[in-house]
Design a protein around this ligand. Structure first.
Ligand SMILES: NC(=O)c1ccc[n+]([C@@H]2O[C@H](COP(=O)([O-])OP(=O)(O)OC[C@H]3O[C@@H](n4cnc5c(N)ncnc54)[C@H](O)[C@@H]3O)[C@@H](O)[C@H]2O)c1
Ligand SMILES: [Zn+2]
Length: 365
């Protein structure tokens, strides 16, 4: 018998910068040309972000010495599919892209996930730069390296960890964002504050007017704070072995609602319901004080995340929250707040309590 050891212990420095600025798009071409010398840039976008942001990029590309190819896909979650992924791979191949080149994800979280996954797979990995253009993607999906496409009925089932080379965030892009999409991102903003930063929560309480009118200083501070919170969590747990789960606050129930609604609600709307329900569970367990619960409720209301009653069966939501775990006798894991800025992880929440809280939350969200 012979045994050959393949020694692969490695230390890789995959560190990257996140730049948050109002007006960054004006010098996007320049930022990119400095990143990968001589390489070409495949700009992955959807039809909407193509129209909004690609002309200005192309106008300045030549002067910056940047060669771009635009690869656009229809907007909407349906484009986060294996078929569209395969189409993008084919286009990169036709254009003779190699590992000297790179991908720019220019759009919301759909584009970021699709472009990042395509970049991570093509020729075993091209660099990707994330330029997120929705609030949700600026505060959440563009940071952390999780990229994926969906299988029919199974969100994010085919994916990778593929960290970006850089994240370039222009908060001015939010000016064209439909209000409902803005509010969807604000739910994730509030989540970051509740799980990690009481001072930021206070800022959100006081800065409502500024944020909702997209005051640039307030938005830069908000986006940068969320990115710093997420970066801190990802640094400790890049591959979601444990601590990164804290980002799932509001998502255990939020995802179940998202499934049950058949995606008629935005992700943030579902997360807002989820946070209300999960905070009430924490309160009923004696973990989360009544006064903090009331502050979270007021903040969600104040940011337009007070939603209509939902006609959903709590039992079905509990089934959905269990996922495949139920048959294996699995429990539902919850991230529960213990104070504004602090959480704990629990998998012993009585289902009767979940049912009771869901009934109350759905009836009067
Ligand atoms: N990778 C992660 O860690 C992570 C985390 C959270 C969410 N996600 C993923 O993110 C996706 C949702 O992201 P999203 O909410 O940004 O959706 P999205 O990318 O579909 O964008 C929403 C809509 O806004 C449009 N749009 C984008 N930027 C715009 C702008 N500046 N002005 C006007 N319209 C604009 C888009 O064309 C689209 O119609 C989901 O696929 C979700 O799974 C990933
Ligand atoms: Zn989310």
């Amino acid at each position: 018998m012979r045994r050959i050891r393949v020694s692969l212990r490695k230390e890789v420095d995959a560190s990257y910068d996140i730049v948050v600025e109002a007006g960054l798009m004006d010098r996007l071409a320049k930022e990119l040309s400095g990143l990968v010398s001589g390489g070409r840039c495949a700009v992955v976008c959807d039809f909407t972000t193509r129209e909004l942001f690609v002309p200005a990029l192309l106008d300045r590309a030549e002067d910056a010495g940047l060669s771009c190819d635009v690869l656009d896909v229809p907007p909407g979650e349906a484009s986060k599919s294996l078929a569209v992924f395969e189409g993008l791979l084919g286009r990169l191949r036709d254009l003779r892209y190699t590992r000297k080149d790179f991908v720019l994800a220019l759009g919301g979280g759909m584009v970021g996930d699709l472009a990042g996954f395509t970049a991570g797979c093509y020729m075993r990995g091209l660099p990707v730069v994330q330029a997120p253009t929705t609030l949700l993607s600026q505060v959440d999906s563009s940071v952390g390296g999780k990229v994926a496409v969906n299988l029919p009925g199974a969100k994010n089932y085919v994916g990778l960890f593929h960290q970006p080379k850089k994240v370039l965030i222009d908060v001015r892009t939010l000016q064209s964002l439909p209000r409902r999409e803005l509010l969807s991102g604000l739910a994730e903003v509030i989540k970051h504050a509740v799980i990690a930063d009481a001072g930021f929560f206070e800022f959100l309480e006081q800065g409502r007017e500024a944020l909702l009118t997209l005051d640039e200083e307030a938005v830069v501070r908000t986006v940068a704070t969320c990115c710093a919170i997420k970066a801190g969590i990802v640094e400790r747990d890049e591959r979601e072995a444990g601590p990164r789960m804290v980002l799932n606050y509001g998502h255990t129930i939020g995802h179940a609602i998202e499934d049950a609604a058949g995606y008629a609600l935005t992700h943030g709307e579902c997360v807002a319901y989820g946070m209300r329900a999960e905070a009430r569970i924490a309160n009923a367990l004696g973990l989360f004080p009544e006064s903090d619960l009331a502050r979270q409720e007021r903040l969600l209301d104040g940011y337009g995340l007070a939603l209509d009653p939902l006609d959903m069966d709590p039992e079905r939501l509990i089934d959905l929250a269990h996922g495949d775990k139920k048959n294996a006798g699995g429990r539902i894991t919850f991230i529960l707040p213990t104070a504004i800025g602090q959480t704990t992880r629990r998998d012993d929440v009585p289902l009767d309590l979940v049912r009771e809280v869901l009934e109350a939350t759905l009836a009067r969200a």
